[in-house]
Structure formats: C-alpha cells, structure tokens
Design a protein around this ligand. Sequence first.
Ligand SMILES: Cc1cc2nc3c(=O)[nH]c(=O)nc-3n(C[C@H](O)[C@H](O)[C@H](O)COP(=O)(O)O)c2cc1C
Length: 168
Amino acid sequence: MRKEINLFDHTNEIIKEMQEGALLTTKCDGKVNTMAIGWGMLGIQWSKPVFVAMIRESRYTKELLEKTGEFTVNVPYGEYDKKILGYCGSKSGRDTDKIKDMGLTLVDGVAVDVPAIKELPLTLECKVIYKQKQDSAAISEADKSDFYSDEDYHIYYFAEVVGAYIVE
Ligand SMILES: Cc1cc2nc3c(=O)[nH]c(=O)nc-3n(C[C@H](O)[C@H](O)[C@H](O)COP(=O)(O)O)c2cc1C
C-alpha cells in the first residue's frame, strides 16, 4: 500500500531527516543498489518539482545513474534501524548486495523502474532532467580543502519528482 503525499507539505521533514541520512536507490539490468545520502535539495525548476542529489564521481551509484537516469529517495518516517544508513553509507554495491545484507524490503516503483524501500517509507520517485559536475574553480578555498582534498567532486543530479508517497 502507498499513501500519496504532497511533496511540499513534507519538505521540512524531508530536509530535517536528510541531515541524518536517507537512501538513494538505483536499478540497472535488474540489479538494485542503494547508498546513503546526506546532501540534497528540494525546489522548482522549469515549473517542475525537483530533488537535487549530489553524488561523488567515485560512487557505484553514479555509474548506474548515468545509465538509467532514474532513482528513488527513501527518507525515514517513524522508527527505523539506524544500522541501515551506516551500512549503506560505507559499503559499495561494487562489492556486496546491500539490499540482501540488510534484509531491505523492496516495493515496485510506479513511474520509475526503481523500487522504494519499505524500511524508510517516505518515497520520492525521481527522473534526472539536468546534471552538472562541480566546477572545482568555483568552490571556495575553505570548502575545497574541507571536502575535496581528494579531487573526488560531486555531480549534481537535478531530477523531476514524478511520484511522492509513504509505503504502508
Ligand atoms: C549519512 C551519510 C550520508 C552520505 N551522503 C552522501 C552524499 O550525499 N553523496 C555521496 O556521494 N556520498 C554520500 N555518502 C557516502 C556513500 O553513501 C558511500 O560512499 C556509499 O558506500 C556509496 O555506495 P555505492 O558505491 O554503492 O554507490 C554518505 C554516507 C553516509 C553514511
């Protein structure tokens, strides 16, 4: 069961929870992978509701996302096992099946071919409409030394939110 929600009625909760972490899930060639995200933005572009994810170039997720252009975001809503975010934020889908390892429950997407994750039930279905790699020359010196000493820059994926619901 899914309870449809109005995205902008839940913006505060989504952004507050995101500071602790959420899951960003991709699916490619039948394989599902999820990673923790702590950075994200919600807003409007081209009159569309948009979620912006920032994914480092080194992530396996980036590789999958480049192929499909679709993802889901799953935000905690109520109690959940905190180990999920720690695990999915430190292991790579290149090395292990995080969905299986954590026993996560997949629920088919509606407008995207990527599932939602029931354990973190507030779900956004997202389709990439614009992407841009960070321009290293445009990052302030302080932030560059704090975040990019390894030159592993983020790619900003602007994605239309084509569905928003809570998995029940
Ligand atoms: C709480 C938390 C938030 C994170 N946020 C991000 C993020 O916004 N962008 C990013 O590229 N990596 C972020 N990470 C790191 C990735 O989740 C981590 O590198 C993960 O293992 C990548 O998985 P993958 O290789 O299967 O894509 C975060 C990790 C944690 C624990």
